[in-house]
Design a protein around this ligand. Structure first.
Ligand SMILES: [Zn+2]
Length: 186
């Protein structure tokens, strides 16, 4: 994977999913990973201006071309959702270290919804669904480990008709299930 392959692929994906977006790729590929397991990341801070920065991390170069394409498509799907009127983005769903449980779950659901949509479009499958869910949950939400399910049926709506509001309401429902679980346990 060289620089020109990456640049070509980004242009191809941008034209396919979000041709109106203004995406900048910083020229340096030598930046440190923010946390391990992140090969690329889109910065959404300037989403209201329709300006996005897509950073490629060194670990990106260690994965296969098929996976690299999936990673780039995943990042560009975040942009696609944000600029689509149907999605109704409001600045949320981003998650961050130390954010509350619902905010974290909203982010997790958005991530999985993107991956599942890409798979439906025929992009290479990197992981089995259940592995992916537990990886997201273990990474972002370890207190839920082994006690929480995010069934594929739960996600059908946010895969078939992804909206910011739909993702947030699913997160709230799942969070209520969790509270109910804790209540019944005690
Ligand atoms: Zn993502």
């Amino acid at each position: 994977m060289d620089k020109s392959w990456i640049e070509k692929k980004i242009i191809e994906l941008k034209n396919k999913f979000c041709s109106n977006a203004n995406i900048t790729v910083p020229p340096s590929y030598a930046q440190k990973n923010t946390f391990s397991g992140t090969e690329a990341q889109v910065n959404l801070d300037r989403w209201k201006n329709n300006e996005f920065t897509l950073t490629i991390y060194p670990s990106f170069f260690k994965i296969s071309k098929k996976n690299a394409e999936f990673v780039l498509a995943h990042e560009i799907m975040h942009i696609k959702d944000i600029i689509s009127n149907d999605f109704g983005y409001d600045g949320s769903l981003r998650g961050y270290n130390g954010c509350d449980r619902i905010a974290n779950l909203e982010n997790t659901i958005w991530e999985i919804s993107i991956d599942m949509r890409l798979e439906k479009m025929g992009y290479a499958k990197i992981q089995e669904y259940n592995e992916r869910v537990s990886e997201y949950i273990n990474t972002h939400w370890p207190q839920y480990k082994n006690r929480f399910t995010l069934d594929i049926n739960d996600l059908a709506e946010v895969i078939n008709n992804p909206t910011c509001g739909g993702i947030k309401s699913l997160a709230e429902r799942k969070n209520n299930d969790w509270i109910e679980y804790l209540t019944n346990k005690n």
